[in-house]
Design a protein around this ligand. Sequence first.
Ligand SMILES: NC(=O)c1ccc[n+]([C@@H]2O[C@H](COP(=O)([O-])OP(=O)(O)OC[C@H]3O[C@@H](n4cnc5c(N)ncnc54)[C@H](OP(=O)(O)O)[C@@H]3O)[C@@H](O)[C@H]2O)c1
Length: 342
Amino acid sequence: MTLNSSDVPGPVLVMGAGAVGCYIGGCLAAAGVPVTFVGRPRVLQALAGHGLTLTDLDGARRVVPAAQLSLSEAVPAGMRPALVLLCVKGGATGDAARQLAAALPAGMVVLSLQNGVGNADTAGQAAPALRALPGMVPYNVAELSPGAWHRGTDGELAAPQDAALAPWVPVFAKAGVPLALVPDIKAVQWGKLLINLNNPVNALSRLPLQGEFMHAGWRRCFAGLMEEGLEVLEAAGIQPAQFGALPQRRLMALLRLPDEQFATVGAPLLRIDPQARSSMADDLALGRRTEVDMLCGEVVRLARRHGVQAPRNARMVELLDGGWPAPPPVLTADEVLGALGL
Ligand SMILES: NC(=O)c1ccc[n+]([C@@H]2O[C@H](COP(=O)([O-])OP(=O)(O)OC[C@H]3O[C@@H](n4cnc5c(N)ncnc54)[C@H](OP(=O)(O)O)[C@@H]3O)[C@@H](O)[C@H]2O)c1
């Protein structure tokens, strides 16, 4: 569906053209929103050569020809976007925020479309002139080929009920990337974070998500991290929002079933593209630093602030990050269970 220019509050700047930035920014661009993509040469060259092709699990296909794309390696000086979408990985948040603040007017609204619970605060601390707001992306996006991005799961983007975002709700809806403004974004982010505690397990398993979920040992690692996360949230007085079809405690019980039972009762969890992996698995495979500290590390920091311990999540940070830049050791599920004390 193409929007009238009078329906759009103004141009959008995507900071960090990668999976999330290209998919969400691309859907907005395909609907007629003027979008500028700031990214690395490798990605921009692919976009300049192939344009953007955006597909999803419902069979939708949107194309933005290369000639219609606005691409830049740096935040264009003098640009006045109405909204910035911050789409870099957590470790790049501070630098990206400083680059935005150096080029854009004070008070610019920057919506963090990143995992974890701390990126908007990190951006705000690195660049106090920005108005950084937390967001949540529920779905998985993967690059199928240069310029082609695929949304593999469902859900609605979430952000706080902020007046600056309200005019964007119908725009995002018409672009096919619905945005819900929620009363308690922290609860939503923590709900997503509990699910993302599987990302380091998936990365260590070196298996696609489906293969990992078919193995009781890896499922018990995920359930153990989530159980500890829930205990820490309870100590902190935070009630996480449910993410996905099952309440967290039912999901944990399902994950802990033996393989034979899980194969039947857990079938909904196995309905995933057989090749899909967490983006943390991709980071590990490419030798990039992972976001484990923005996930398990947040559980550990919240625990400390509330006088409790989170040894399993602390151990997971060590396993992934302890030897950086050396890759983590190749471990079996039993070895990881042992390391987590499970
Ligand atoms: N992928 C998913 O399915 C998914 C789903 C939900 C949430 N998320 C979250 O969304 C966030 C983004 O993830 P992603 O998978 O989209 O990451 P990504 O594919 O790595 O994309 C980020 C891109 O931004 C680039 N970048 C970093 N700093 C930059 C800067 N200052 N200027 C220009 N470009 C810069 C990165 O380049 P370098 O690699 O060179 O730094 C990378 O190409 C993460 O927090 C992730 O956890 C991802």
